[in-house]
Design a protein around this ligand. Structure first.
Ligand code: SF4
Length: 503
């Protein structure tokens, strides 16, 4: 699953949203739609929330509130079906206007001409997950949190559109036929373990045992897929991990990549199934073991192919791999390589700054406090130091915040709550001129933290400081470079990047 309000590493599904969207989104993004608004709600597809000025929808007299029901006699259930039907050049479109009146609109269009509208949701209703994974992060969130955080999706359409990971345990023959018909490739599959017994133990559904057959069905449909393994000590690690990697490697080129991410646990987990988090030594051991495979893959076909979650390197206190390790970041939405990309984007802006060194220095002393999760503290401090070396009069204090809400073992910035941030800021020895918070901690598309505390409430607590969010390394440098003028702009990209965002 991939609840976009939760971080990739948190669920075990890559949630990937993150955005930096999934490759699958590419052909369809022009239509605009968000998956999360339909979480848990059977809302139907086709409701327009916005028409583009000068676009086709506007020309046809459509407006927000209208719903497209059918295209060329086919009832459209999701963005995929709509895009497929709308690719024709002669269109009969059945529309239900906001007042309930239905109208059949017939028109000719260019083959690749888009509708020029944004839909309320990408699908009619999200396919729910039917598993009971021992590591499910959704089962570990605090009680009384907003309902949308508890939605467990396992929807192949969202996998194609947004890079959400799916388990294939809820798939029907009709679903596989749709995948084949629309050639929904690539998809993102949470494999966890190729051994049927181990996978069943992890997903706690008998259907999980069919993984090899399920992968074969995708392959027979001509579909490629990225894979993920949420690594749980003593269950799917060691020899089981070796077997899973070997068998996935043998399924190349259908398998496009493998990501291994460590299991995460919050203090709200009630499940009796024992789960142990990785510590420095065990994370180091995973890195060493995987390096053998990575070297083999690089020698054999020039790609790392098997990528480890950033958390392994951070936990092992090892340097994050260099840019070429990531081969263009095929699993960025899964959080793989976010740290390196953040550093890379920061360094690029830093280099650009050297062409105009005087332009951006502060005319008088200016202090910025940077809030982050504990795991991001070290590398953000390194970057802050480099920025201070370039920008006159700037002082940057990085403040790693312990997660009191989910428990201190949860150390990512994306799961910091507004109240924990507030406490950390109140405990500072000195106030600052500016405060940077991670946009990953804000709810998708809104300036609200996971605990419903808003950015504006935080701002009201510190009226003398400017508070803005930052979502990537480039923006981090820009914010440090000229915080007086910097403004966080929340947009769709930020929303989908949310899981991943800094850091
Ligand atoms: S139980 Fe469902 S939502 Fe939770 S991790 Fe497993 S597949 Fe994802």
């Amino acid at each position: 699953m991939n609840n976009p309000e939760l971080p990739a590493y948190a669920t075990g599904s890559p949630e990937g949203n993150a955005l930096w969207r999934g490759q699958g989104a590419a052909p369809l993004v022009g239509f605009g739609a968000t998956p999360q608004e339909s979480f848990g709600v059977k809302m139907g597809f086709g409701k327009i929330v916005k028409v583009t000025e000068g676009g086709l929808a506007e020309e046809l007299g459509l407006s927000a509130g209208d719903r497209i029901l059918a295209v060329n006699d086919v009832t459209v259930r999701d963005l995929i079906e709509f895009s497929f039907m709308f690719a024709d050049d002669e269109i009969d479109m059945l529309v239900e206007h906001e007042d309930g009146e239905r109208e059949l609109i017939s028109f000719d269009k260019g083959y690749d001409e888009e509708i020029g509208a944004e839909f309320e949701s990408a699908v009619d209703a999200i396919m729910p997950c039917k598993n009971h994974c021992v590591f499910c992060f959704v089962d570990m969130i605090a009680p009384n949190m907003r309902k949308s955080l508890s939605v467990k999706d396992d929807d192949f359409r969202l996998s194609f559109l947004y890079g959400n990971f799916i388990t294939l345990t809820n798939m029907t023959d009709a679903d596989y036929k749709r995948i084949e018909k629309y050639h929904l490739s690539p998809l993102y599959v949470s494999v966890q373990a190729i051994n049927p017994e181990v996978r069943t133990k992890l997903l706690r559904t008998p259907r999980a045992a069919n993984i090899i057959k399920d992968l074969e069905r995708l392959e027979n449909a001509g579909v490629s897929y990225h894979t993920q393994i949420v690594l749980c000590k003593g269950i799917n690690d060691g020899e089981e991990l070796e077997r899973t990697i070997r068998e996935l490697y043998e399924r190349r080129p259908n398998v496009l990549s493998i990501a291994v991410v460590p299991v995460g646990v919050t203090k709200y987990r009630k499940d009796k199934f024992p789960l142990e988090q990785f510590d420095k030594d065990s994370a180091k051991k995973v890195i060493e073991d995987m390096e053998v495979w990575q070297e083999k893959f690089r020698n054999e076909f020039g790609e790392t192919f098997l990528y480890l979650g950033d958390e392994f390197y951070i936990t092992a206190e090892q340097e994050i791999p260099q840019e070429d390790y990531y081969d263009g970041y095929p699993q960025l939405e899964n959080g793989i390589g976010l740290t390196r990309k953040f550093i890379r984007d920061f360094e690029k802006k830093l280099r650009d700054n050297r062409f105009h060194p005087s332009k951006f220095s502060y005319s008088k002393p200016y202090t910025i406090d940077v809030i982050c999760g504990v795991s991001a503290g070290k590398f953000l401090k390194d970057l802050a130091k480099r920025a201070m070396g370039e920008l006159k009069n700037l002082t940057v204090n990085v403040i790693p915040v312990t997660n009191g809400f989910f428990g201190e073992r949860v150390n990512v910035s994306g799961l910091l709550t507004g109240k924990d941030i507030l406490t950390a800021l109140k405990n500072r020895p000195n106030e600052s001129d500016g405060i940077i918070i991670p946009c990953a901690a804000l709810r998708s598309g809104e300036e609200v933290f996971l605990d419903d505390y808003s950015l504006n409430e935080l701002r009201a607590e510190f009226p003398n400081a400017k508070i803005e969010a930052v979502k990537n390394g480039g923006k981090f440098f820009k914010a440090l470079q000229n915080f007086i003028k910097y403004k966080y702009i929340d947009n769709a990209d930020a929303m989908r990047l949310n899981n991943a965002g800094y850091i």
